[in-house]
Design a protein around this ligand. Structure first.
Ligand code: PMP
Length: 408
């Protein structure tokens, strides 16, 4: 019985039951068309409308407009974006600085590494082309502390390059495995206001859980399978000035040495944008699930607050309750990340006594509280507190944790 289960998996993760019910109906007979949505052409009017709805809802939620931003739906997950960002922005830099590119210079790809996903991203950059000047600006607090903290600006390893020499600065807004989240507004506030500096964020695991200023970002991407919908589509938010730069990049100076790597077509943002995300067969069913979730979020009602502000308040409150019970029992639980960078989305902690983690997770499962095992690379317990995890589910888990603590 679905109602008996509270699911805290890290991704794919919980989705609202009414969204799943609507999607289930559509899987058999979409909108009384007599066809399943998975049987419909991705180029049908119906599919275009679904795409348009999802795009419009997303832009509305983040208070951005099609005048300034382009929304792309792409396959390949966050992982494809690891490379797509490098190819596209590396090209954009060369288009913007033809005189430097002609001299053989390349824009640096700069990474603020605060956890496993940003680190993986760094590997992605190196794989694109070994000649890339990919470098880590900050290895948070290093391996020994397992990415438990983010040092203050000025204490990062290495300095950022001047904006002119930088293709982009990249960060992962929320580290899903390590449970480390950049405080709201950071590091954008620390990077200065130079409009030439392109900021890229992987928001796969915290998008739409708090407001952000879209104008500050060149590219934001997020796999849908945590806060947006099902696995299969990734939302890419691209600032239009960068798209324009890339679209004009077809005729790069031929004397460019060494030649810049050509972006593979499935990663080429202008190609995907010109085709309205339908360059190839996009999984429209996954876009449909996303559109239902986005519309549902947009429909949140509150006086004087936007839908996203309401969601943010709810996410913060759920996280506050979970950390409160952990902090109340320091002899039992140990929260891994430092207080100032604790993720609201992935609450990662250890049980201090050996063997207790298995007991804790098993006890939770017996009560229908699922998906709590920490990532295989770090162990421990991880509570994922995404948008579809209801306050009631969190209350049930908090109650279990208090009972568990009492029983020891
Ligand atoms: N970035 C983050 C922050 C993630 O949590 C994940 C996956 N959990 C990824 C990127 C990779 O996403 P995908 O598996 O969709 O490629």
């Amino acid at each position: 019985d679905r109602a008996a289960i509270a699911y805290f998996g890290a991704g794919p993760s919980a989705l609202p039951t009414d969204v799943l019910e609507a999607a289930a109906a559509s899987l058999v007979n979409h909108g009384d068309s007599g066809l399943s949505l998975v049987e419909q052409s991705h180029r049908s009017a119906l599919s275009s409308r679904i795409l348009q709805d999802a795009r419009d809802s997303f832009l509305k939620l983040i208070h951005a407009s099609a005048d300034t931003h382009t929304v792309l739906f792409m396959a390949g997950g966050g992982t494809l974006q690891f490379s797509a960002v490098v190819y596209n922005l590396f090209t954009a830099w060369a288009v913007k600085h033809p005189e430097l590119a002609r001299e053989g210079q390349r824009g640096s790809c700069e990474y603020l590494v605060t956890g496993g996903w940003a680190a993986k991203r760094l590997v992605g950059a190196e794989n694109v082309n070994v000649a890339l000047d990919a470098r880590e600006v900050s290895y948070a607090s290093g391996e020994a502390r397992k990415f438990g903290d983010i040092p203050a600006a000025g204490h990062w390893q290495g300095n950022l390059k001047p904006a002119r020499d930088s293709a982009f600065v990249y960060f992962c807004d929320n580290e899903t495995v390590d449970g480390v989240e950049w405080p709201k507004g950071s590091p954008v506030d620390l990077l200065g206001d130079d409009p030439d500096r392109i900021i890229v964020a992987d928001m796969s695991s915290n998008i739409l859980s708090r407001t952000f200023d879209a104008s500050k970002f060149g590219v934001v991407f997020a796999g849908a399978q945590k806060n947006i919908g099902s696995t299969g589509v990734t939302i890419v938010l691209l600032r239009n000035d960068i798209l324009a730069l890339l679209s004009s990049g077809g005729a790069l100076p031929p004397q460019l040495t060494p030649p810049i790597p050509v972006t593979p077509v499935m990663m080429h943002y202008p190609t995907i944008a010109n085709a309205s995300s339908l360059y190839n067969t996009l999984p429209i069913f996954d876009v449909y699930i996303a559109s239902l979730t986005l519309a549902r979020l947009l429909g949140r009602d509150g006086t004087g607050a936007t839908a996203l502000e309401l969601q943010e308040a709810e996410s913060d409150e759920k996280a506050r309750k979970l950390y409160a019970v952990l902090d109340d029992h320091p002899a039992l639980f140990h929260v891994v990340p430092a207080r100032g960078v604790r993720s609201r989305m992935n609450i990662c902690f250890r049980l201090i006594a050996p063997g207790d983690e298995t007991l804790f997770v098993k006890g939770a499962e017996a009560k229908g509280l699922l998906g709590l095992k920490g990532h295989r690379s770090v162990g421990g317990v991880r509570i994922s507190n995404y948008n579809a995890v209801t306050p009631e589910s969190v209350d049930r888990l908090v109650e279990y944790m208090r009972e568990y603590a009492k029983g020891i």
